[in-house]
Design a protein around this ligand. Structure first.
Ligand SMILES: [Zn+2]
Length: 118
């Protein structure tokens, strides 16, 4: 799986803007390249696993999820792992939201390498 550089930059920017709250989005794309995200609004404190999939346009393929941690901890929590069932790649962007302040995981929470393409 690959991701567009512009998209990862946009996700980091969105995470920064949402700080100190968490940002959550679904990832979508074409031919194995993540190209777009869909921002999913949720109430603060609400369990991520309960997000509304009706917000996803019909026929759109969900490649995974992205969310932010307002702390410098890049690792998925046990609640995070429950949302990792939607799609294959799960990105966590963490404080201070620098260019390399993110990691990608598979649905079991193992770190994976995501190739960044221009
Ligand atoms: Zn998390």
């Amino acid at each position: 799986m690959k991701i567009r550089r512009e998209l990862i930059e946009a996700l980091i920017e969105a995470a920064k803007e949402t700080h100190p709250h968490e940002f959550f989005a679904l990832l979508t794309g074409k031919r194995g390249v993540i190209e777009e995200f869909i921002f999913i609004p949720f109430e603060s404190g609400e369990n991520f696993a309960s997000f509304n999939l009706d917000l996803v346009p019909l026929g759109m393929k969900i490649y995974g999820t992205a969310h932010s941690h307002p702390s410098s901890n890049p690792y998925p929590s046990s609640e995070d792992l429950r949302t990792f069932t939607h799609g294959k790649v799960h990105i966590i962007i963490h404080y201070p939201y620098c260019k390399n302040c993110w990691k990608a995981y598979d649905s079991r929470g193992n770190e994976v390498v995501l190739e960044v393409v221009d």
